[in-house]
Design a protein around this ligand. Structure first.
Ligand code: BJW
Length: 238
């Protein structure tokens, strides 16, 4: 295995599945129980805010009980011990990467542990349930608080920083994501264009699996630590 200088890791719901958090598009996933148009669009929130609060309040509570699994822990170790640069771009709104010790991390779809005020755009740490009657801690407006997550039709966070990292990376890993949602599903093409080696680590082939140079199938808690060990061994032997 080559030694790489700049690694970008894209993670999705499959990474947190073995921590007990549901994926979206698997047979028993979140979209089998909820219509995404009701709970993950600005229009759905405007139509029925109570349903959206309840959806995220439950997921926030579940997220707070969850613990990082061996895959989150291996990625934090990679960032700590790898001699090159490691950036994790996660689509996940849980905080399991942080809990495992990752620091160079972008939450491109936001975080359930933050609220966003529609009146002043302030983001505030939020561990309690959200409800329509709350006042924003920054501007005191009532009824303006929503979870700080990126819904369909909204623009994901830090796209410029992600784009710069992709165009400068020489290894791109995609872990536990089905490749259904853009712009994240397009990152592999950007990394290829930059000349990076591209690897998919997933339970099963994703939508865009043919775009990857290498594919490793299996549960993240097994395949990610093994791959990280290989990367660390190659970096120290070469
Ligand atoms: C395991 C495993 C184990 C399981 N080990 N693996 C028509 C209408 C409206 C919008 C669009 C449209 N057409 C296109 C769009 C754009 C849209 C889009 O892509 N839609 C598609 C459905 C076609 N995208 C957007 O709207 C985005 N914004 C945007 O495009 O802005 C415009 C713009 C962009 C750029 C520049 C300028 C303008 C926003 C997307 C926001 C996504 N939001 C959600 C919900 C909010 C967060 C939340 O509640 O959590 O984010 S949707 C949901 O999907 C969530 C996830 O982050 C995201 C990705 O899902 P993920 O992580 O891939 O999960 P799954 O379940 O799909 O896959 C899990 C995988 O793991 C599977 O492959 C399993 O096999 C695997 N697995 N166990 C390893 N143990």
């Amino acid at each position: 295995m080559a030694a790489y200088q700049r690694i970008v890791v894209l993670t999705g719901a499959g990474l947190s599945a073995e921590s007990g958090l549901s994926t979206f598009r698997d047979a028993d996933g979140i979209w089998a129980r909820y219509d995404y148009r009701d709970v993950a669009t600005p229009e759905g929130f405007a139509r029925n805010p109570e349903l959206v609060y309840e959806f995220y309040n439950r997921r926030r509570r579940d997220g707070m009980k969850a613990q990082p699994n061996a895959a989150h822990i291996a990625l934090a170790k990679l960032e700590r011990e790898y001699p090159g640069e490691v950036l994790i771009v996660t689509q996940n709104v849980d905080t399991l990467h942080e809990a495992a010790g990752s620091r160079n991390l972008i939450h491109m779809h936001g975080q359930m542990a933050l609220s966003l005020c529609a009146a002043c755009d302030a983001r505030s740490p939020w561990v309690e349930d959200l409800s329509p009657d709350l006042a924003c801690p920054s501007c005191s407006t009532t009824g303006s608080m929503r979870p700080d997550v990126v819904w369909f039709g909204e623009i994901p966070y830090e796209l410029e920083r992600i784009s710069a990292a992709l165009s400068g990376c020489d290894l791109f890993l995609s872990i536990g994501t089905s490749g259904n949602v853009y712009p994240a599903a397009g990152f592999v093409a950007a990394a290829r264009e930059a000349g990076a080696h591209t690897v998919e680590l997933n339970l099963e082939p994703s939508e865009g699996t043919s775009l990857f140079a290498e594919r490793i199938e299996g549960p993240a808690s097994r395949v990610v630590p093994a791959y990280v060990d290989r990367l660390l061994a190659a970096a120290t032997s070469g």
